[in-house]
Write a protein of this length. Structure first.
Length: 112
């Protein structure tokens, strides 16, 4: 593992991959991110993040079978690794620890 820092976009990508379980590939990850954030990420930024996260050991990937509807190209499916889950847990703990120090923030309210 090279770098263990997790950026905000990388965190969102990890969350999207984890939520998609066995169906996390480029387009499905992009769609999940757009649905949750209301903003479509560029496919280039997404692929750069996926490669970085795989290089850091937070994601693993496997290529699916070639299909005729994709012109014989394969989909690359991603899964959250144990290290990736730990990185998400650490990021969550850090955010919660910081946010608990901000007066007036209430994350327990139903007004989301």
């Amino acid at each position: 593992m090279k770098d263990t820092n997790l950026g905000a976009f990388e965190e969102l990508v990890l969350l999207a991959v984890g939520s998609l379980i066995d169906n996390a590939y480029g387009v499905s990850i992009k769609d999940a991110l757009e649905k949750q954030t209301g903003r479509p990420p560029s496919i280039g930024a997404l692929h750069s993040a996926l490669y970085r996260l795989e290089d850091k050991g937070y994601l693993t990937s496997v290529e699916g079978g070639a299909t005729t509807d994709r012109g014989g190209r394969r989909k690359k499916f991603y899964q959250l690794s144990a290290t990736g889950k730990k990185a998400l847990e650490s990021a969550h703990k850090l955010r919660m620890a910081f946010s608990s120090k901000v007066p007036g923030l209430n994350f327990n309210s139903q007004n989301s």
